[in-house]
Write a protein that binds this ligand. Structure first.
Ligand SMILES: Cc1cc2nc3c(=O)[nH]c(=O)nc-3n(C[C@H](O)[C@H](O)[C@H](O)COP(=O)(O)OP(=O)(O)OC[C@H]3O[C@@H](n4cnc5c(N)ncnc54)[C@H](O)[C@@H]3O)c2cc1C
Length: 390
């Protein structure tokens, strides 16, 4: 049997569920004309540190979604490097468990009347004169427009032959109960340890507060932006864990990849938008939940316009993503990752560690604010001063 929809959304994670919710609640598109297909049955496991930026939280609230699953409020950030630590208190959003959070978002879309087909993976997609025909593991769907929200390994991208412009980032993630070294997570601070940079990695080790089954835990892991090949990410993680009194052999560990958002990222084709990690995530931090939610709002606006006008070009969507707050930030991040994680990045790292002003600016930037020129000038002078001291 073939069913026909206006929009087929492939992937029901934060990008897919938020695209559906924005289409219905912000753009007034009929919910029963939208289908979401996901190969997993929800609630599904999604290994992730679960930090959702305040921008992501605010964007959800703007379409009437309040976070109803357990969360830990992020009260600030601590950065560690070269035996020093610098911390800044700041409301930064929340840490959630993805299994719970993603199920809440998809349930909200379902409750609106969106047709949700979880447990049905996309197998094939072909263009037709009136849009697309998608074959899932169990059925065939016709849709005028498609939103590819199927994450880092996007099947939609692969099936349509869209190229990948950049190598993927690598991560390992695990959860443990808090240990004696977790004074920052115990206070609701997210903790970034840059000492892994000295071990040939381009990234950081993290300790985030989280909540599992009502009990405080710490989500730990390592992010390697993978700017150059040949790094041993797992050994670096083993050493970082050992410094916290944890034996890597005692923990359940899983490796993952992320797709970075870079200047050459493909965001659209005729009749198709890529949203969330299918398009790319922040290259410096490896984060993308808030970005996916914001990008979903932009995608929904363009999908709705195309439905109203009968158009199918999404060049304006690609443009609008790139000039949006999250688009600009992710492009700046792709640029910064190459500098901050390089050996020549010492002045930038020292500035972040030693200057409360720099950390405060970084936190405002993380939360979606643009930095004023006086702030940029002061940061630039700080960088020059640390470069001279180095
Ligand atoms: C270890 C780790 C830690 C992370 N920590 C953070 C963090 O703390 N904060 C942050 O902001 N980001 C973090 N990220 C990144 C974050 O997980 C992604 O940015 C986010 O999941 C992107 O959401 P999405 O909806 O685009 O993709 P996903 O959440 O990956 O959702 C894609 C969906 O598509 C479905 N799908 C895939 N293939 C098919 C198919 N063939 N047919 C149908 N459905 C399909 C999948 O089942 C999935 O449900 C982390 C990533 C990793 C790996």
């Amino acid at each position: 049997m073939t069913e026909t929809f206006d929009v087929a959304i492939v992937g029901g994670g934060p990008a897919g569920a938020s695209t559906a919710l924005h289409l219905v609640r912000a753009e007034g598109i009929r919910a029963d004309r939208i289908v979401v297909v996901d190969k997993a049955r929800f609630p599904r496991d999604k290994p992730c540190a679960g930090a959702v930026s305040q921008l992501g939280v605010d964007t959800l609230e703007a379409i009437g979604v309040r976070i109803e699953v357990p969360f830990v409020a992020m009260r600030g950030v601590r950065v560690r490097w070269e035996g020093r630590a610098g911390e800044t208190p700041c409301a930064m959003g929340v840490v959630i468990r993805r299994t719970e959070f993603d199920a809440q978002l998809l349930d909200a879309a379902r409750a609106e009347g969106v047709v949700v087909r979880d447990g049905e993976g996309l197998r094939a997609i072909e263009r037709t004169p009136r849009g697309f025909r998608l074959s899932t593991t169990t059925e065939s769907i016709r849709a005028r427009l498609v939103a590819a929200c199927d994450g880092a390994g996007s099947t939609t991208r692969k099936l349509l032959g869209l190229r990948e412009p950049e190598r993927k980032g690598h991560l390992y993630v695990l959860d443990t109960v808090p240990t004696a070294s977790d004074d920052a997570p115990k206070r609701g601070f997210i903790d970034f340890d840059l000492s892994v940079l000295g071990e040939g990695l381009q990234g950081y080790y993290w300790d985030f507060p989280t909540i599992i089954g009502g009990a405080p835990h710490v989500c730990r892991g390592i992010y390697h932006a993978n700017l150059a090949p040949g790094s041993d990410v797992k050994s670096a993680l083993a050493r970082a864990l050992a410094r916290r009194g944890i034996d890597i052999a005692d923990v359940k560990l899983r490796p993952f990849s992320t797709r970075p958002f870079v200047p050459g990222s493909t965001l659209a084709q005729d009749g198709l938008v890529l949203v969330g990690e299918a398009a790319g995530i922040d290259h410096a931090t490896g984060e993308g939940i808030g970005q996916a939610i914001v990008m979903a709002g932009i995608a929904a606006r363009h999908l709705a316009r195309a439905l109203r006008t009968g158009g199918s070009s999404f060049d304006a969507y690609a443009h609008d993503v790139r000039v949006s707050t999250i688009g600009r930030h992710m492009l700046q991040s792709a640029w910064l990752a190459r500098r901050v994680y390089a050996r020549t990045g010492n002045p930038a790292r020292r500035l972040l560690l030693r200057s409360a002003f720099a950390r405060d600016a970084a936190m405002r930037w993380y939360n979606g604010s643009s930095l004023s020129w006086p702030t940029k000038v002061r940061l630039g002078l700080g960088l020059v001063s640390h470069a001279f001291r180095s």
